[in-house]
Design a protein around this ligand. Structure first.
Ligand SMILES: [Fe+2]
Length: 154
């Protein structure tokens, strides 16, 4: 008997969602690069370093998502043209002001949290425990980041 992950239709539904998430994370990654480069002012050292930490984490997530899609028998999207088309996140402007930049990262993180939860529900319906494990870790770390970004803005 096939497990649910080996069931093609179910795996397709999950990898389709994961591909959307991959696109979101690629835009998020590039937004963090932009904000890392353009940071200026009193919060430069704090934010230049923090955004680097965040984009390194995002880079790991991108890889995990793409490889999970492959494990499910799907094909991860690979071009920025595809990412721009599929992403629910928008590309950021080149922002130098710290508060404005943190607001962008906060808004992106809240969008990602919703997107991850949406994918979590699809994986749950599919009984795809491997994807659920990956995503639940992501929910926890994203919630923590949201709390920290809000604390910065206080
Ligand atoms: Fe750098």
């Amino acid at each position: 008997m096939k497990t649910s992950v080996e069931n093609t239709n179910v795996a397709n539904a999950v990898s389709e969602q994961l591909n959307q998430l991959l696109a979101d994370y690629q835009i998020y990654y590039q937004n963090l690069r932009t904000l890392h480069w353009y940071a200026q002012g009193r919060t430069f050292f704090a934010l230049h370093g923090k955004f680097e930490e965040y984009y390194n984490e995002a880079s790991e997530v991108v890889d995990e998502l793409a490889e999970r899609i492959l494990m499910l028998g799907g094909k991860p999207t690979h071009s920025f043209a595809q990412y721009l088309q599929a992403s629910r996140l928008k590309e950021t402007e080149a922002i130098s002001d710290g508060t404005t930049a943190v607001n962008v990262v906060l808004a992106n993180s809240e969008q990602l949290l919703n997107a991850v939860k949406e994918t979590f529900n699809v994986a749950g319906d599919a009984g795809d425990e491997g994807t659920l494990a990956l995503l639940s870790g992501l929910i926890g770390s994203t919630e923590k980041r949201i709390w920290m970004l809000k604390s910065f803005l206080q």
